[in-house]
Design a protein around this ligand. Structure first.
Ligand code: NAD
Length: 499
């Protein structure tokens, strides 16, 4: 694979090859072939990026909010204008269909727009005359060098959840994207430079555990924002916290959709198919389990099956509905769960292994798959499959459905489909999940609310973006100030009290 192009790191405003000679292949999943190599950083390469970010920090921190805001405004304009280029990169390395890549960029752009209002978001508070002649006010200041580690499934949107807010707040960044689809990060970093960002403020380092471990333990890194699978999220949280860093670590998911008998079944079937098979199920907010109340389960399955029959699986550049999986290994792992479910007693209603894709035969294909009567003890139910496999679990009613959701180790997203406002209200109150949809299947909050799950779907106490993102990327100072007038003064060793 030596004749393939090699993607460099992006350090101090320019491509950088680093000292490490390790590389990894980047595939085109719809063709099943490597299209480039990506450099895999050593700890020393990571250190070079942190040093660049550290050197850029004082100047960027002291740059006016207006100037920082104007860079974000320009970035927004450029990203809007050139989103087609980025979408093509996403489709070619991740495999998701072009329209879905466009959706990913649009949701990321929302956070850029939110970051453009940093002058308002970073305002402190002021209390005048808390004691005679004394004022107290708070300041929100940046942390310094912040680290971001992102997963393969949203190579543009997840970095965009973090770096625009971090940078607008005055921090400098080292981003370690997924090595499986790394090019989007370089493309965005270059665009930030074009938008006027000074060199060193946003750096991209490619790699694997070696680079991540160096970031987690580097003394000049103040915080870590991580999104990925639960075992790695837990490791990141524990390691980075033990190294004195502020950490937000978002993990995996197993999202349930509860369909009550009074639901609009056509709406519920559309939702289950869209949220189950969009992006080939490789979304942390995908619906992977439909909890169907017995009374409507057969009718719902029939409607879901009808819709699945219309889905076209194939190359995302050809106007298909669903693309390939990220790698051959992952495709095989996902399709293995179909055997597991069947062996455990589930019914395979639609088997995606027989799909005829509109694309290269070597692509990492698996068609939409529907399993019914999946036992709760089966690994097909308990594991996060992260592919186009939708499981039906039949329940007697609301209580049993709620119980199942609340027994899951995960608590990222969930949805209820019902026309009963009282049931929906009870659900939002009783369910142990961080993001809830009521007749909405993928309840990803807008940028001015915050994103994050409960339980093993999030480690640390900070969600991503929204108000939580501002709090995460800033630290507060409280200033108590007195400007003396000649009447003040004198000795008093007592604890300060108000007068
Ligand atoms: P992953 O955990 O394998 O990788 C995430 C990042 O961690 C990558 O940058 C990777 O290089 C790095 N990494 C992998 N193994 C590591 C190790 N042993 N030590 C240190 N770093 C390591 O996740 P993925 O497969 O890229 O992404 C899919 C997962 O991400 C799914 O579980 C999905 O649910 C989750 N996800 C969660 C959210 C959320 O908001 N909760 C959003 C998107 C994806």
């Amino acid at each position: 694979m030596t004749d393939l192009p090699t993607l460099d790191h992006w350090i101090n405003g320019a491509p950088a090859s680093g000292a490490s000679t390790r590389t990894a292949p980047v595939f085109d999943p719809a063709r099943g072939v490597a299209q480039k190599n990506v450099r895999m950083a050593s700890a020393a390469d990571l250190g070079t990026a942190v040093a660049a970010a550290r050197a850029a920090f004082p100047g960027w921190r002291d740059t006016s909010i207006a100037k920082r805001q104007s860079v974000l405004f320009t970035f927004r304009e450029l990203l809007n204008k050139r989103s087609g280029e980025l979408a093509a990169i996403l489709t070619s390395e991740h495999g998701k269909v072009l329209s879905d890549a466009g959706g990913e960029i649009a949701r990321g752009l929302e956070v850029v727009e939110f970051a453009c209002s940093m002058p308002t978001l970073i305002k402190g508070e002021y209390s005048e005359n808390v004691s005679t002649g004394i004022d107290v006010y708070s300041l929100k200041q940046p942390l310094g060098v912040v680290g971001i580690i992102s997963p393969f499934n949203f190579p543009a949107m997840v970095p965009l959840w973090f770096f625009p807010l971090a940078i607008a707040a005055g921090n400098t960044v080292v981003l370690k994207p997924s090595e499986k689809d790394p090019s989007a990060a370089n493309w965005m970093a270059e665009l930030m430079k074009e938008a006027g960002l000074p060199d060193g403020v946003l750096n991209v380092v490619h790699g694997d555990k070696e680079a991540v471990d160096a970031l987690l333990t580097h003394p000049d890194v103040a915080s870590i924002s991580f999104v990925g699978s639960t075992p790695i999220a837990r490791y990141i949280y524990e390691t980075a916290s033990a190294n004195g860093k502020r950490v937000q670590a978002l993990g995996g998911a197993k999202n349930h959709m509860l369909v009550l008998p009074d639901a609009d079944l056509d709406l519920a079937a559309d939702a289950a198919v869209n949220a189950g098979f969009g992006s080939a199920g490789e979304r942390c907010m995908a619906i992977s389990v439909v909890l169907a109340v017995d009374a409507v389960a057969d009718a719902l399955i029939e409607k879901i099956t009808e819709r699945m029959a219309t889905l076209k699986t194939g190359d995302g550049r050809r106007g298909c509905d669903m693309g390939p999986l990220i790698t051959g290994v992952h495709r095989d792992k996902v399709s293995g769960y179909i055997d597991v479910a069947a062996a455990d007693g589930a019914t395979v209603v639609v088997d995606g292994r027989g799909v005829t894709p509109d694309g290269d035969a070597n692509g990492f294909w698996l068609g939409p798959t529907l399993l019914d009567k999946v036992p709760l003890s089966s690994a097909a139910y308990t594991d996060e499959i992260f592919g186009p496999v939708l499981s039906i679990v039949r329940v007697e009613g609301y209580e049993q459905g709620l119980d199942i959701i609340n027994s899951s180790q995960y608590g990222n997203g969930t949805a209820i489909f019902t026309n009963d406002g009282g049931a929906a209200r009870r659900f939002q109150n009783e369910v142990s999940v961080g993001m809830i949809g009521i007749n909405v299947p993928i309840p990803v909050p807008v940028a001015y609310h915050s994103f994050g799950g409960w339980k093993d779907s999030l480690f640390g106490d900070s969600k991503a973006y929204g108000p939580a993102g501002i709090a995460f990327f800033t630290r507060e100072k409280a200033v108590t100030s007195r400007w003396l007038d000649p009447s003040h003064g004198g000795l008093n060793l007592g604890f300060p009290q108000h007068d």
